[in-house]
Design a protein. Sequence first.
Length: 389
Amino acid sequence: MNARLEAQFAFLLEADKLRRVERQNLIVDCSRCENSAEHSWHLALYALVLAPFAAPEVDVFRSIRMLLLHDLVEIDAGDHPITSEVDWDAVAKAELAAAKRLFGLLPPDQGAEFLSLWREFEASESPDAQFAKRVDHCQPIFQTLYGATPLDWHVDVVRHNLFGGRAAALEQHLPEAFHHALALLGEDTGYDCSRLTARLPFLNEADKLKLVSRASKLGDGSRHENSAEHSWHIMLYAWVLAEHSPSTVSTDRVLQMLLLHDLVEIDAGDAPIHGVTDPAALAALAVREEEAADRLFGMLPSDQGAPMRAVWEEFEAAETADAVYAKSIDRVQPVLLNLLNGGGSWLDYNVSLPQLDTRVGGKVNRGAPEVWTYVRAQIEPWFRKAGRL
């Protein structure tokens, strides 16, 4: 079992490097470029929100899984904007080599599963892959066109992409997106895009999660992680480590919880587990998060917003098997990052191993005891050396 967990964590820690891959697109407030990890999270949210636009045969959560892993190859091969003049055959070969290396870090059965899903996405032939591709085409377009101060040449890229580029397929497969993009470019065709425009304000507002800084740092210690890329990483954690959860757990439902769980931080901010321990402060935070949930999920049509809010509430209550496992994964990921970067928030908040056992270990043990047994054995030497036992 340890060898299997060792392989799974080797993959998950390597995946952390996707946060260092910068994309051409700016985030909605146009303050910086987005990275490929937070982009992958936003795509997963797009897929969930745009599920009503998927064909009946599409398994939206399979599409979401594709979007979670589709850009991992950029860790080795880099990002290649559609405007780049490159040898695309060479890029395809580099990406395949990257996929084989990265997914080869996993146990063989999981590695084969991930590689097969990545290949399916790239081939774009199955209904699930085609829906995922449409989502991947939509998000950069609307992120640009709804940007606070988009660059003129970025808008030109969108226009060229819609007419003859990869996004041209939206006209047939997701016409509301195609025609609404044209309207934003000043070429309103009169097409009824109301089903889409009822959902875009929520998706644009969700972009602000990329601006919420957390106490945890990236594995290389170069900066603090943000809540959007954190959400992507723990979704990957939940998927990879699902076999260590109770058999009653629905991995897809857990992925939905983790996709949505931190959105309230857009209004309420992040509360570090080792930094906010006063009961009164925690109670006040809970009120702010409830108000944030009201506002954010209220931006969606009620038949979508209400069920998503219910999923968020279930996660917060941590009473069902799905929520207990989701909470355990939310706690375990920062532990591994801290170990990787030399202590991170343990140093910032003067954390001892008994404190970590209480604040983190208890929750992880509830949902994934085998995982905590393994992780604790990895971190104990650090606390012993630091004299924090």
